[in-house]
Design a protein around this ligand. Sequence first.
Ligand SMILES: [Zn+2]
Length: 339
Amino acid sequence: MVGADGILPLPWLEGPVAQALSTQRAHALLIHGPKGVGQWELTLTLAQAWLCEAAGGANQRKPCGVCASCKLVQAHSHPDLLVLLPEALREPLGWSSQDDDGASEEKAGKRKPSKDIRVDEIRQAISFAQTTSARGHGKVVVIHPAERMNGVSANALLKTLEEPPGDAKLLLSCSAPDALLPTIRSRCQAVSLGLPDPAVALPWLAEHAVAQPEVMLAATGGQPQDVLEWVNEGIDAKLWVGLPRQMARGEVGTLAAWPLPRVVDMLQKLCHDVMRVAAGSAPRYFPLSSLPGAPSLESLTPWSRELGRIARQAEHPWNAGLLVESLTLQARESLAHRP
Ligand SMILES: [Zn+2]
């Protein structure tokens, strides 16, 4: 994924990359923000900038994209860059070329790819950081997402975070900073990555052939990478704007094929929007014209509370089919009450 200028993977990262490079003063950065806005790409671009060998060095606003070091990062073969990803993320992020002792077992179907960053991988990263830089521009360890380190892994990393050896730098990225040990958070300089400006995100979505990008950007809460994911999974603007009335009619329809957390997320957005409309505000996730007439706030409050309760447990092994049916019935009843 390389942007139009061939250097930045996502156009809205220009500001955050320049900002992070000019304010960075610690050896360890923690990049955090919502998902779907390019945390992984920002992290990797900062690693590339630190290792970049173009003239201008530390003063540049972004990596040059053309020097030998930048090419090595892009080819996933830079000797001074170590990227730690859970096995389960390597293929989706296109980063499976690392030595990967689990890969053959995984392919043989013996076990599911791990979602965790294991302690032996952290130890490997620590010894990597302690060796001399091969190209003389320091060393960089990337850990993504940092909340996938378990307690043992995180503890193993603490000392290295406090006093990174020699010229090593660490980049942690994370969409749930609360899930990290406070001692990890306090040892890193925080870099926050917010939602991109729609003026930059919308043309990017249009370039990626997304129809009605403004509807989809609003649907995902402003997270453009999620839009591409949704479209790939068959959720487009036409389907999205049809959902409120489908729920008001109590029809499960395509929701039967959705993962449960996504159904709950959609219903929470719908409930949020009808509550806003009932209170006289503009909806945030659905176009106003797609919403059924606003029911009373009293009937929406218990619905909102119930959805919140289910959202907190949405990873649980529910009988998803039955739950989606009962959620749809509940949506119909909650939307049917008129003031
Ligand atoms: Zn370069």
